[in-house]
Design a protein around this ligand. Structure first.
Ligand SMILES: Nc1ncnc2c1ncn2[C@@H]1O[C@H](COP(=O)(O)OP(=O)(O)O)[C@@H](O)[C@H]1O
Ligand SMILES: [Mg+2]
Length: 376
């Protein structure tokens, strides 16, 4: 029988230290999932480190849940392998795999008390009754619901129900925690609060965690690494900062954060032409293309006096509290551009609709992606 305190004090566990040295928790290779003629996942390769918090992020229908369900064995893959801590689990049924799972909609048993819900997996394993009682109390304390044992799910708020679901998923000390949009049914304030709670709990337990979300802000705030998915493939894997600063594709650039796109012509491997202007930019792969899409974040666009930079006209100015969002038109090309400007800087520029000013596009903030024609 496991001891009561060891499972919840990760740093002390020698097993964990050993596994951490080994590095990888999950290795997915060549994973494909078909539903009839439709390919929902195509040749997915992904490695997840021990103790990592990974988010699967992407638009609805891109295959996030399908990938999570394949990892759990709930919807086995059509091809490919899944290795967990060195063990090939590709063909194991869910009950033989090592994970706990939380779904979007509260999947608690409505006719069971909170205690019975959390104790479910422990009873299935035929753990000692006194131990189960102590373990449930410990888990409920962990999710800030101490003393709620006798309540029924219907008596709890949505956020509380998800915390019970989390306690239930963690009860048997799984090596892997799978969360499928656990926050998306909650209202905004509860969602942000629970986001912090889940993140803190995960850090404390050190349990390797995969969370599915379509909410980029949630992924940026919570993940150690984000896996950006689109149409059943992985577009990019990276830390939130990497994904935000160096999106690997136009899709990622557009999906995460706000982004301006301008049609330009590549000019060598380190420059581009925007109208008649030649601008330096970081190395890109579009040198052979006749067109490309230039991406720059609104906060990277600099505004200056009308006699400097690219000439532009102010179309509208939106006050957003911490900054101003300025809608501009580039005079020469007629292209629209958005700039986010600190309130203090705006005063010096005298921003008002109709005003003429200059726009600077700092080289290091530019990214070039193949144009639409080049892709076809
Ligand atoms: N059981 C199924 N049968 C047929 N198609 C499915 C099934 N499950 C999912 N799909 C399809 O696979 C694609 C990916 O679905 P899913 O993984 O649920 O997307 P996400 O979780 O990213 O929103 C969607 O086009 C969906 O319609
Ligand atoms: Mg889904």
């Amino acid at each position: 029988m496991p001891t009561l305190t060891a499972p919840l004090s990760p740093a002390a566990g020698t097993d964990r230290a050993t596994v951490a040295e080994a590095g990888l928790h999950l290795e997915i290779s060549g994973l494909t999932k078909r539903f009839g003629q439709f390919t929902a996942l195509r040749e997915i390769d992904l490695a997840i480190r021990e103790g990592e918090f990974v988010c699967f992020l992407g638009p609805s229908g891109c295959g996030k849940t399908t990938l999570l369900r394949a990892i759990a064995g709930l919807a086995p893959q059509s091809a490919g392998r899944i290795i967990q801590r060195g063990r090939d689990i590709s063909r194991l049924p869910p009950q033989a795999r090592d994970f706990g799972i939380v779904f979007q909609s509260y999947a608690l048993f409505p006719n069971l008390t909170v205690f019975d819900n959390v104790a479910y997996g422990l009873r299935n394993r035929r753990d000692d009754r006194a131990w189960i009682r102590a373990r449930v109390a410990e888990l409920l304390a962990l999710v800030d619901l101490a003393g709620s044992e006798a309540k029924y799910p219907a008596a709890l708020s949505g956020g509380q129900q998800q915390r019970v679901a989390l306690a239930r998923a963690l009860a048997t000390e799984p090596g892997l925690l799978l969360l499928d949009e656990p926050l998306s049914a909650l209202d905004a304030r509860v969602r942000v609060h629970l986001r912090g709670q889940i993140k803190a709990l995960q850090a404390r337990l050190g349990v390797t965690t995969i969370m599915v979300t379509h909410d980029q802000e949630e992924a940026l705030a919570m993940a150690d690494r984000i896996v950006v998915m689109n149409h059943g493939t992985i577009e990019q894997v990276g830390t939130p900062a990497e994904i935000y600063r160096r999106p690997a594709s136009a899709f990622v650039a557009e999906f995460i954060g706000s982004m301006n796109f301008l049609e330009v012509r590549p000019d060598g491997a380190h420059a581009l032409r925007l109208g008649r202007r030649r601008l330096d930019c970081p190395a890109h792969d579009c040198a052979g293309d006749s067109r490309a899409r230039l991406a720059i974040r609104p906060e990277a666009v600099k505004l200056c006096a009308a006699n400097e930079g690219l000439s532009a006209r102010v179309e509208h100015v939106e006050f957003l509290g911490a900054f101003l969002r300025v809608g501009l038109t580039l005079t020469e090309t007629g292209q629209a551009l958005v700039a986010d400007i600190a309130v203090r800087d705006a005063e010096a520029l005298g921003l008002a609709p109709g005003a003429s000013l200059g726009v600077l596009l700092p080289s290091e903030a530019l990214r070039l992606y193949p144009g639409r024609e080049a892709r076809a």
